[in-house]
Design a protein around this ligand. Structure first.
Ligand SMILES: [Zn+2]
Length: 371
């Protein structure tokens, strides 16, 4: 489809014949690769597909293009961007900006009858970045786009009072094709995790805590997409929500897991002793280790509160290398909220008042770690 669209362009506008596609790596502040995007380079200017903006900054963002007026409206987070495919001028939340080049209308009716529109890289670096509080550097020689938080660098080290508080990321496990465990009453894990996340999210919002859900509907979301959404949405703590199931009907209560990748690390010596082994470690694993202490604090506090406030049994916290949390660059825990094989737990997770109590304890407990 892309190739066909390009040929159409070439046919209509012979001057565009030099357009070519070049892959650009998107990396975070630590150099960790997040995405590879196909840029379209035309007369030395790099253009990116509008859909890539949603991938990068807001999977729930949206676009509207009106062919008659050639106007394009984008919504990313709570910002509105007004553009036109014939003009360099635009507006972000009513404030005017000017680009070096106008966006490109590649195909007015692409797949699903949606238009394919590409924006010049300066729209991303100079307009979207500042609007969403990111510092975005584009290095065409390195074929790299680096995105950094403008104000927040390392979670949990809030010393600047002007710092925007970090978001609680709620990650409802499973979804779509992946149903997870099934309960004896017919309830399904993917529905329970979403219900818990939604209720917790509503409560977090009501007390002014920034919150973001990695999925809000019954759909398949990859671990990587969940981790990236958490990073792009200023996550300071991720709670992955799951349910348990046992062949022993009496087994009940909450289980808390922490991602500890240390078991995977090949330390030649005692940790911290050797510089060479540290240098050769992948960035990803070093980052995980640095969040471990905070993940433990959250897990301990949660265990205590669930036992004291709700009288829910909580087993000892387990530390494991958890594949699903490997890409999450922030403190993270995996919470199994109950056993779908246990009648009392099933009631606890579906009864509205008990669900409300659980989610309030959850949010109130973790809130202190995000201030
Ligand atoms: Zn699960």
């Amino acid at each position: 489809m892309r190739v066909a669209s390009l040929w159409l362009l070439v046919f209509l506008f012979p001057s565009m014949i030099i357009a070519q596609e070049i892959p650009i790596q998107v990396v975070d502040s630590g150099g960790q690769q997040l995405h590879t995007l196909q840029s379209l380079v035309q007369r030395g200017t790099y253009y990116f597909d509008v859909e890539d903006l949603f991938l990068l900054f807001d999977p729930q963002g949206g676009q509207r293009y009106i062919p008659l007026t050639k106007r394009l409206t984008l919504r990313l987070r709570d910002k509105r961007f007004d553009l036109s495919v014939t003009r360099k001028q635009g507006k972000v939340d009513g404030q005017p900006f000017r680009l070096a080049h106008a966006p490109l209308l590649v195909d007015e009716a692409g797949p699903d009858n949606r238009p394919i529109i590409r924006v010049p890289v300066d729209f991303i670096t100079d307009v979207v970045g500042p609007a969403l509080d990111y510092v975005i550097d584009f290095n065409p020689n390195a074929q790299r786009l680096q995105v950094r938080e403008a104000q927040v660098s390392v979670p949990f080290q809030a010393t600047n009072p002007e710092m925007v508080s970090l978001a609680l990321i709620l990650d409802p496990g499973h979804g779509g094709q992946d149903a997870g465990a099934r309960g004896t009453t017919g309830i399904v894990e993917k529905d329970v995790t979403l219900a818990v996340a939604r209720q917790a999210s509503a409560f977090a919002e009501s007390i002014g805590l920034p919150v973001y859900l990695t999925r809000t509907e019954d759909k398949t979301v990859s671990s990587l997409a969940r981790a990236q959404a958490a990073i792009w949405n200023r996550g300071g703590l991720l709670i992955s929500i799951h349910c348990n199931r046992s062949f022993l009907p009496n087994e009940s209560g909450v289980r808390i897991f922490i991602n500890n990748p240390e078991g995977n690390l090949a330390f030649g010596n005692t940790p911290g002793e050797s510089n060479t082994s540290e240098e050769s470690m992948p960035i990803q694993e070093v980052s995980q280790a640095q969040f471990l202490v905070h993940s433990k604090q959250v897990a301990e506090a949660l265990k205590q509160q669930l036992q004291e406030s709700l009288d829910v049994p909580v087993a000892d916290i387990v530390e494991l290398p958890l594949q699903s949390l490997m890409q999450v660059m922030m403190p993270a825990i995996l919470l199994e909220v109950g056993f779908l094989s246990n009648p009392l737990d099933q009631t606890r997770l579906t009864d509205p008042s008990q669900l409300e109590a659980l989610t309030q304890v959850l949010v109130n407990t973790v809130q202190q770690f995000l201030d």
